[in-house]
Design a protein around this ligand. Structure first.
Ligand code: PCA
Length: 203
């Protein structure tokens, strides 16, 4: 199974984006991983993601991003058809209430086995919750763009978004150590590699 795993560069006042560090840590770990770090730009990230999908034709897509205010792994359930954030992106684009795909569906549901992933994470003692949506900034944007592209092409491959908290060592905010974040994502990828996404005995 060839899995496309993406993270993001830094943005706003976040010195480090844990999603980039996780991707860097895992990129050499398995031959089945295709990794990329996306710019925190609505247009640029969507374009890059579509190009990666077209080039590699992955069997699964897992996108990662930082959710600075969260303290657990957040398995995202829905991507919303809206770009709307108080913060501009890294290219200065600052949409408010702008649909991602005019006339597209209001939301797409994840195609990741998030319940099984949550159980697998809990079994390892890693705090993980299901979050109903990925916000309305660039993370939600790429989640929607990927799901829309798959829907348009009639593909039903696993595809979804996981938000991670900050790296605990990196600042004064609560978070999780980088090693735990890496283990969490590795654990989610192991779930995907199981036939029918059964609960993995060993990951
Ligand atoms: N988090 C932001 C964008 C990039 C990232 O890592 C978000 O939650 O939209």
């Amino acid at each position: 199974m060839r899995i496309l795993l993406t993270g993001f560069t830094t943005f706003a006042n976040h010195g480090v984006n844990p999603s980039q560090r996780i991707v860097d840590a895992l990129e050499e770990s398995r031959a089945d991983l295709i990794t990329a770090v996306l710019p925190v730009e609505y247009g640029g990230a969507g374009e890059r993601l579509r190009a990666l999908m077209a080039q590699h034709q992955p069997d699964a897509i897992v996108m990662l991003g930082l959710a600075a205010s969260r303290t657990a792994i957040n398995l995202e359930r829905f991507a919303l058809n809206i770009n709307d954030a108080s913060l501009p992106d890294n290219a200065g684009d600052h949409p408010r209430g702008r649909p991602i795909v005019p006339d597209g569906p209001a939301a797409y549901v994840t195609r990741l086995p998030i319940d099984t992933m949550q159980q697998a994470l809990a079994a390892r003692g890693i705090p993980a919750v299901i979050s109903n949506h990925a916000g309305s900034y660039v993370c939600n944007h790429v989640f929607y763009v990927a799901r829309h592209a798959l829907e348009q092409s009639g593909s039903a491959i696993p595809c979804g978004f996981i938000h991670v908290p900050p790296i605990a060592e990196a600042g004064d905010q609560p978070g999780l150590p980088l090693a735990v974040l890496v283990e969490a994502v590795d654990c989610c990828l192991a779930v995907l590699r199981q036939p029918q996404h059964e609960y993995p005995e060993t990951v």
